[in-house]
Design a protein around this ligand. Sequence first.
Ligand code: ZN
Length: 771
Amino acid sequence: MTEMLFPRRVLAGGVALFTLAVVIALTALTDGAMRPLPASAPAAEFSAERALRHLERFADRPRPIGSPASTRARAYLIGQLRAAGLDVRVQRAVGANSSTGLASFGLTHDIVATKHGTDSSGTVLIAAHYDSAAMGPGAADDGAAVAAVLETVRALGGERLRNDLVFLLTDGEEDGVLGARAFVREHRLGRAGGVLLNWEARGVGGPSLLFESTRGNAGLVETFARAVPEPRGDSMMVELYRMLPNNTDFTPLTEAGFTGMNFAFIEGSSRYHTADDSLAYLDPGSLQHHGANMLALARALGAAELTSLASDDDVTYFRIFGVMVTYPNALVWPLALLGLAAVAGLAAIVRRRRLASVPRILAGVVWGAVPLVLAVVLAQALWEVLVAVRPAYDGMGGLPHRPEAFRAAVAVLAWLAVLGAYLPLRRRIGPAAPAVGGLAWPALLGVVCAQVAPGASFMFTLPALACALGTLVALLLPAGPRVAAVTAGASVAAALLPALAGVAFDGMGLALGGVSALALALFGLTLLPLVELCLWLERPGQVRFARVLRSGRLGLLVAAGLAVALVAGGLAFDRFDASHPGRTHLAYVMDADTRTAAWVSADLDPPAWTRTYVSARDTGHLPPGYARGALWTGPASAIDADGPRVELLSRGDGGYRLRVTPGRGARSVTLRVERPITGATAQVRGTRPVAVEVTGVRANTWPGEVRFRGLPASGAVITLRATGTGPLRVTAISETDGLTSAPGYVPRPPGLVAATREDGDLVAVTRTYRF
Ligand SMILES: [Zn+2]
């Protein structure tokens, strides 16, 4: 009998697994970016090709705050917005921010372009930043969103909308959201509130995702889900992002009272903030997706009664089987408890049918933690192995160019963790208890999230609920449709959890691969009832355990071998070349007091090109306070430069009042202070003074630091407030972009780009003062 049934069950299992694979593949295939529309698209529609023409004009080179390229980009953007009939103003103000031990300033020029409404019920603020990181042209970050603004304004044309649309193009986002902070501090609209739509990029491709929102988002998210052609993103991302220390313009704007949504595309993030965040690599589909959503939301929110969007409620939202689902968070707790109840109900039936005893089911629950922890540990260990084999990965933030094989290895390791923990337990307590116990974990996580991160609860509760119900139904059914019922339940898990692993890979990279591994191990647990049903559950007494376990052990060996092969293959495949470059950090630094110069690199293991400049880990001869941590250095010839000038204007209870000028050609000045600072104030001619408080100390260098980016040649007055008394040593570092003026510099060969560190690819000239 068993011999007859076994192949049939294996066949049913094969069909079930194939069905789930199709669900996973379809979810991945239908979650991508939109198809870009050509320039010939109807005038009222958004066309990526039309937007790209703008991008070619201003995103061909880096345009960090205060750079000549930034000035040119600004002139182009203002010209386009004025030509479209908008009321355009530029706000010139000092932006200020602080973090541990550091005060950051910058002279910002925000562009504020208004399309006045006919009977405005509030402001719809559409924001993007037109500055780029210093190392790359920022075609995606955030050029795509800026180009989308221009094309959206064109597509809206003469349409009369009810509400005021304000397009805010900020400056200095990359240096601490300086422009947005200056806007909320000094602009009339900055504190007036309204609805904010902020547009970002953390990669060069993929769908435009709604990844962050303010609390009380019900009205906004429902508008998004209804109005945009292809809504993407889910409330799990919102909860995950709230836990990360990231920051965009969205943060200061919403802290100032705006309610809003934040959008980004995040695939291809190995090029983020590098020279390859360029037109050559930007996915036009991502631009189309950003723009089509921006235009649709401008129309929908431009016509809405904005006060009616205010809400105290958050919603849960996600896409499943191609449909955007939203429900009020009031349902989160009932659903989470229902999920738990369904698993408990399944356990009761399993016990009643004498498939497993209560102690064994409880043992199964406790056991369920093992594969979850093991999967996380294995994924993190994999990253350590990859960095040990290829130290260059360490500088890429966990985001290799071609991570697919490594991601597959994480998936295999997650399965290995589930299988490796499951087989020995199954031998001891039988098949049903681990299957039921495993389902308890997504159910419990759903309950925990209901309390601490309600928007994420669905991700665990719905798979637990669906799998438990599917298995319950299967236990009540005759043999025939059993597999179908369990497969239907598991398909909910297949539609949600692998996609979560994918987004976590895109967003956090392999360095935090444990998050994806956790999602995949949970998925593995939800499949155990199916495995049991197809292979063993039906007539436990008649099953030939030895045979099955042998095949299980074989499965373990195959999985381990596959993981090793994937890692080796991934390392062989993901070599650096011209279109998949490695990164290296290099700067030239000269102490203008002693006229000694050096090349420095912060690379762990500098590549050959960098080693022609640096030869030893030795920071002894660098200017006082310059080095942050371990650096490679090498001798360099001096250049003709005076460096920054710092003049003590006064000294008193308020601190050290200094006039700081950058020196010829420099864009920025950094002050390293030998004592901890408690705050700083900065002012340039024609702006208001701006103060920030500072707590803590900088790591691996002098404890206090003040930066002024985009410092005009006439300089700034900076007041430093430091702890302690007595003479204060300050090293001023002027920073000039690019290394072409450094003696003996030969540009990088293809296959190598500048590391994303902000103190690389520049000429630094220092002077040390004692006040
Ligand atoms: Zn950005």
